[in-house]
Ligand binder design. Structure first.
Ligand SMILES: NC(=O)c1ccc[n+]([C@@H]2O[C@H](COP(=O)([O-])OP(=O)(O)OC[C@H]3O[C@@H](n4cnc5c(N)ncnc54)[C@H](OP(=O)(O)O)[C@@H]3O)[C@@H](O)[C@H]2O)c1
Length: 380
């Protein structure tokens, strides 16, 4: 990585979202980046289409589905009627066609389906942003153990960049392959980053108690996602076995500079969008004043407009981030036991998937990270 790339990417992730460099020479700013979207029938594909419809520097030239080929996008997704992408005809996910029509392709497909497609598109000279878990874990054996799937493209695991813009903006600039972070890991890693980076956590594993809306499970028909199963109910699932556990541990270990485990407890909330994570950390010095901890958070996120560090006494809620790129963070110190309680909220579909994918793709293409993402949360 050159010094030039580093400084350019930092500019790209600044609070203003504006870059002082002229951007990546591969994508002249005068013409729009032509992007493809594989998996437009799914929830993250729908969210990508929503965001791309208004993107100032990207143009959606292909949207694919195996089941809806030939249909108009607005016919399939009526919320896209009258938008810049509404008239696009859905095509089959054909790498040759994508290579003809696109500069960069978003893969919004299940894990296992992305790896060979990504390799094929890269060989054809495209850039790839993968929303699945196929390129998030560095270690092939860890991927194969947690996902029970053989990884057929292990060479790409070392090349892919983990697409959290606040932490990896420099590597994202000019990257060919980006692994978009998982939804739960996004809220957990952003919540714990200032604590681990500054070495103020004790030795006991952090506890991440997280609650997700139902869209996190994807759009495929499953009994567990039915209205009557989810509404008026609340439950824990996959305790200590959820597939996002190794991803969270990988990223937190990287930040801490030592191997680290977590207790990760996901729950299913009867809402469409959103993840609220309550994170408990024992402090190395239980007497560390809250104001000193707050300064570390304020400093860590001073230049990152997508993270809103709330004033003392305020706690995040799902409604305040809905439909946006914001990760809201609130802190409480339990003075009776010296434990820090961190609460983070994100929209799983936007910040936890498609919005973050756009931010990553922006940086890959030399665009401002915030391009097309000036989204004010939807309330009520
Ligand atoms: N939902 C979330 O909040 C969220 C958050 C972060 C990350 N993710 C990840 O993002 C990816 C997509 O998630 P999702 O929730 O949008 O899933 P989804 O609703 O189940 O949609 C999956 C999409 O992939 C397409 N597809 C499936 N198999 C394919 C294949 N072999 N080749 C080409 N296309 C294929 C499907 O379209 P056709 O069947 O019509 O072709 C569909 O459009 C997953 O890897 C998921 O883990 C999801």
């Amino acid at each position: 990585m050159t010094a030039g790339k580093k400084s350019g990417a930092r500019q790209g992730a600044t609070r203003s979202g504006l870059r002082s460099t002229s951007g990546n020479a591969d994508f002249p700013q005068a013409s729009k980046v032509r992007v493809g979207l594989v998996g437009v029938t799914g929830y993250t594909g729908m969210e990508l289409a929503r965001l791309l419809a208004a993107h100032p520097f990207m143009s959606l030239t292909r949207a694919t589905s195996r089941s809806e080929e030939g249909r108009g996008l607005a016919d399939l997704h009526p919320f896209l009627r009258g938008t810049a992408v509404g008239e696009l005809a859905i095509s089959a996910p054909d790498p040759e066609d994508l290579a003809r029509a696109c500069d960069l392709v978003f893969l919004a497909v299940p894990h296992g389906a992305a790896m060979s497609l990504a390799a094929d598109l890269l060989r054809r000279g495209l850039r790839v942003l993968d929303l699945s878990a196929d390129f998030r874990l560095r270690d092939k054996a860890v991927y194969e153990r947690w996902y029970a799937t053989e990884h057929t493209e292990p060479d790409l695991l070392t090349e892919s960049v983990y697409g959290l813009p606040e932490l990896h903006g420099a590597e994202l600039a000019g990257a060919r392959l980006t692994a978009n972070p998982g939804c739960y890991p996004t809220g957990a890693v952003l919540g714990l980053y200032p604590v681990l980076k500054n070495g103020i956590a004790g030795d006991s594993p952090p506890i991440i108690d997280a609650k997700s809306g139902v869209s996190g499970a994807g759009r495929e028909a499953k009994v567990g996602s039915l209205f009557s199963e989810v509404s008026d109910n609340f439950k824990a699932y996959s305790l200590s076995t959820h597939r996002h556990t190794p991803e969270i541990e990988q990223e937190l270990s990287r930040i801490a500079g030592r191997p680290l485990t977590v207790s990760f407890s996901p729950h299913l909330l009867p809402v469409n969008r959103g993840i609220l994570s309550t994170i408990y950390v024992d402090l190395k010095n239980p007497n560390m004043p809250l104001r000193d901890i707050r300064s570390l958070y304020a400093e860590a996120y001073a230049d990152h407009a997508f993270v809103r560090f709330l004033r003392e006494g305020a706690l995040p809620d799902l409604r305040s981030v809905r439909g946006s790129m914001y990760c809201d963070i609130g802190l409480v110190k339990d003075e009776r036991n010296g434990r820090l309680i961190i609460v983070t909220c994100i929209d799983n579909m936007c910040r936890g998937a498609s919005g973050q994918a756009i931010a990553g793709a922006n940086l890959m293409c030399g665009l401002p990270s915030a391009a097309g993402l000036g989204l004010i949360p939807l309330a009520p």
